[in-house]
Design a binder for this molecule. Structure first.
Ligand SMILES: O=c1ccn([C@@H]2O[C@H](COP(=O)(O)OP(=O)(O)O[C@H]3O[C@H](CO)[C@@H](O)[C@H](O)[C@H]3O)[C@@H](O)[C@H]2O)c(=O)[nH]1
Ligand SMILES: [Mn+2]
Length: 700
């Protein structure tokens, strides 16, 4: 007998109903990698043969013991646990002197890690505090050194029924109250309950938990998979640990997946797990099991026929609409992962446990429900206040903007409106220009609609009903007179500030010196051409942009206008970086005599231009010309030449300045289309090209 005594984990099984607990416990210890052997005390006369067979597959030692009844079980009723009438049987542990040390675990314990270090305790007896009374210990996890002295002392107490709770825990606490017992950390016997309150402590110590003990009447396997209503997140989390072991080794799906273990072992366990199996012959043939499920599912399976499930039914009843789901937030409370060390400051401690050691595991399986899907009667309420509340009372409109311009303060100011050219009565054309040439006749055809100053559509809207400007239809005034009166009534305050006037004049003079074209200068001899009614002396010379020169004041543009130098974003850099490529067939400006070309044009056959008189000539769009069209008509004498060759009309350059860089509007050419702009013949006759305009200095 010199061989050293063995160490074992040991549990107790007195009824078949606790078999799932004993099976999960054994698997959890083996999963944790313990090197110790497993033993189970069994009361053979209260256990089924299948249960013993199952235990043999899980435990190294099956140790039959005699049941020991409490002779005075009244205190058990005080606890509400009359089922613990044979709890004294547990003291048989002390007589298992074939073992050096026993780490005893209740059958309702699941080990989260191996507890092998407990075998190294020197103390003859150790246990963890009980949550119901922490000065006492819980007898679900104990470390003991079997010896017959303690056994007989305990047996004597038990026989006399000396236990304050009527069961083993009261007995053992009374026995060790005046002896030394080693107090184990609570983490060796964590006893969660649905009403657990101190969740922060749980979060803090969670990673140290070695085993979880599901005390009380309801066990994980007897309650089924759904957690008790209102169960705390802590409880559900730890409950999941038990089910994780069960699912890993014992659930029905494992049976049909080629497991090496005999099927009946698992079915024996499943019989005692709520919601896992209701049939005694479950597992004899999975095919047979499937047949009724097909027969039941059909349109005739209405909600009324569905069996109502108990509160603790599996999730699939929620899917089937039998049960209302609880909101997801309550099902899964977030808990931040516990950090063992500050990873931002140091490396992990050498003896640290794996970070993923306590990761919760969840296993999902196919539903075996035989019912068609039924939508839940109610889904969780959508969040409130997610719509825009339309104000019930109309908001008071904001005050109108403060008047800026003098005419805005006129009491009877007409309401601003929009007038389109199409809506206007045809404007009376001014007296035709007494030019006999056919060229002029055709030129006028270019200007589809002819406006005088006072008839400019854009100004009509202000003009027409204004108090200072009588309606044109009833007015004997000429267009120019209307224009004058309009201008006089609508002046800007700054028009009369002499400093501004002087300043702008200086700028313009500087520009003139640099060769900019100025259209405001008058040209003698042309005064009477289009507006004989307006004397030039009546107009003051003006810098105001809106104060356009009349036809009398405005000279005909030179045939070859001076190129307009436009300011670029890069300043004058453009002159250095290059120029546009020369247009094909465009003569050098120096070699070009406009008079000669005009003569040549006049001599050419009139018939060739007859088609240009047609107002629907395809090259001439019928649209209103800008307000300077009067001037345009004049200048067109010099600019608009038809192509004498193929009969198409040549477009003048559109780069012809609409505005020079002083901001003074010059005039805008009508759009004649771009197709023929590069015609050689026409280019010969037309002066300004893009090249001329943009980079005249670069030419030769
Ligand atoms: O029908 C039964 C009842 C109990 N047991 C075994 O006895 C143990 C104790 O019973 P249990 O239901 O686990 O009791 P608890 O709910 O844990 O109640 C507490 O009270 C019991 C009686 O004092 C102590 O044994 C427990 O350790 C203590 O945690 C079980 O784990 C089993 O190992 C059976 O095998 N079959
Ligand atoms: Mn227990």
């Amino acid at each position: 007998m010199s061989s050293p005594l063995e160490d074992v984990y040991c549990t107790l099984l007195m009824s078949d109903s606790y078999l799932p607990g004993a099976a999960v416990l054994a698997h959890s210890l083996r999963d944790a990698g313990t090197t110790k052997k497993l033993a189970v005390l069994v009361t053979l006369d209260t256990l089924a043969a299948d249960t013993i067979t199952e235990l043999k597959a899980l435990y190294d030692y099956i140790i039959p013991v005699d049941r020991m009844r409490n002779p005075s079980p009244a205190n058990l009723f005080l606890m509400g646990r009359p089922d613990l009438a044979f709890a004294f049987t547990k003291i048989a542990l002390w007589r298992q002197i074939q073992f050096r040390k026993i780490v005893y675990l209740d059958a309702d314990v699941v080990a989260l890690r191996a507890l092998d270090e407990l075998f190294d305790l020197d103390a003859p007896f150790a246990a963890a505090p009980d949550v119901g009374w922490p000065d006492a210990f819980n007898t679900g996890v104990m470390v003991l050194s079997p010896n017959m002295g303690d056994y007989w002392a305990l047996q004597t107490m038990a026989a006399s029924g000396d236990s304050f709770d009527g069961a083993d825990q009261g007995l053992l606490n009374q026995y060790y109250e005046h002896r030394k017992w080693h107090r184990l950390p609570f983490t060796y016997n964590v006893t969660p309950n649905a009403q657990y309150q101190w969740e922060p402590a749980y979060r803090y110590y969670k990673r140290d938990i070695s085993s979880v003990h599901f005390i009380g009447k309801d066990k994980p396997w007897s309650s089924g998979r759904s957690s008790p209503a209102g169960g705390s997140g802590v409880y559900n989390e730890l409950l999941a640990r038990w089910w994780a072991v069960y699912d890993r080794h014992l659930k029905a799906a494992a049976m049909s997946s080629g497991s090496q273990q005999p099927e009946h072992h698992h079915s024996t366990v499943q019989q005692h797990v709520k919601g896992e199996s209701t049939s005694a012959d479950f597992g004899t043939s999975s095919t047979q099991h499937m047949v009724p499920s097909i027969a039941v599912s059909g349109p005739e399976a209405t909600t009324a026929e569905l069996p109502l499930s108990e509160p603790g039914e599996p999730v699939e009843n929620i899917d089937q609409g039998i049960l209302e789901p609880t909101p997801t937030v309550e099902q899964r409370k977030f808990s931040a992962p516990h950090m063992e060390w500050d990873a931002t400051r140091s490396q992990p401690p050498a003896e640290a446990r794996p970070e993923a050691e306590h990761f919760p595991t969840a296993t999902y399986e196919f539903s075996e429900s035989k019912h068609l899907f039924q939508a839940p009667q109610a889904y969780p309420e959508p969040p409130k206040d997610m719509w825009f509340q339309v104000p019930e009372t109309k908001p008071t409109p904001a005050a109108p903007p403060r008047p800026i311009f003098p005419w805005e303060q006129q009491p009877n100011r007409p309401k601003a409106s929009r007038v389109f050219a199409e809506d206007l009565p045809p404007a009376p054309l001014p007296a035709p220009t007494p030019t006999p040439s056919a060229l002029d006749q055709s030129t006028h055809q270019f200007s589809t609609v002819h406006y005088d100053k006072g008839q400019i559509p854009g100004q009509e809207e202000v003009d027409a009903s204004g108090p200072t400007s009588p309606p044109r239809s009833s007015s004997p005034q000429t267009a120019d007179e209307q224009w004058q009166s309009f201008q006089q009534s609508n002046t800007n305050a700054w028009d009369s500030v002499p400093g501004i006037d002087t300043y702008v004049r200086a700028i313009m003079e500087a520009q003139n010196r640099r060769g900019k074209p100025q259209v405001l200068s008058t040209s003698e001899g042309q005064e009477e051409i289009l507006s004989p009614s307006l004397s030039r002396k009546e107009r003051r010379e003006s810098l105001i942009i809106t104060d356009f020169p009349t036809a009398v004041e405005r000279p005909s543009l030179p045939v070859t206008p001076a190129p307009v130098r436009r300011p670029t974003f890069w300043g004058e850099e453009r002159d250095q970086t290059g120029e546009l490529p020369a247009a094909e067939g465009v003569p050098n400006q120096a070699e070009w005599n406009p008079e000669e070309k005009l003569d040549k044009l006049r001599r050419s056959s009139l018939l060739e231009f007859e088609h240009l008189k047609s107002p629907v000539h395809p090259q001439v769009p019928l649209r209103e010309l800008p307000e300077h069209s009067t001037e345009h008509a004049e200048s067109a004498q010099h600019h608009h030449f038809p192509n004498s060759g193929d009969g198409t009309t040549d477009a003048p350059s559109k780069d012809f300045a609409a505005q020079d860089n002083s901001g003074t509007p010059v005039f805008q050419e009508p759009d004649f289309g771009s197709g023929s702009a590069n015609g050689v013949e026409g280019a010969d006759l037309l002066s300004p090209t893009a090249e001329d305009v943009l980079s005249p200095t670069q030419q030769q």
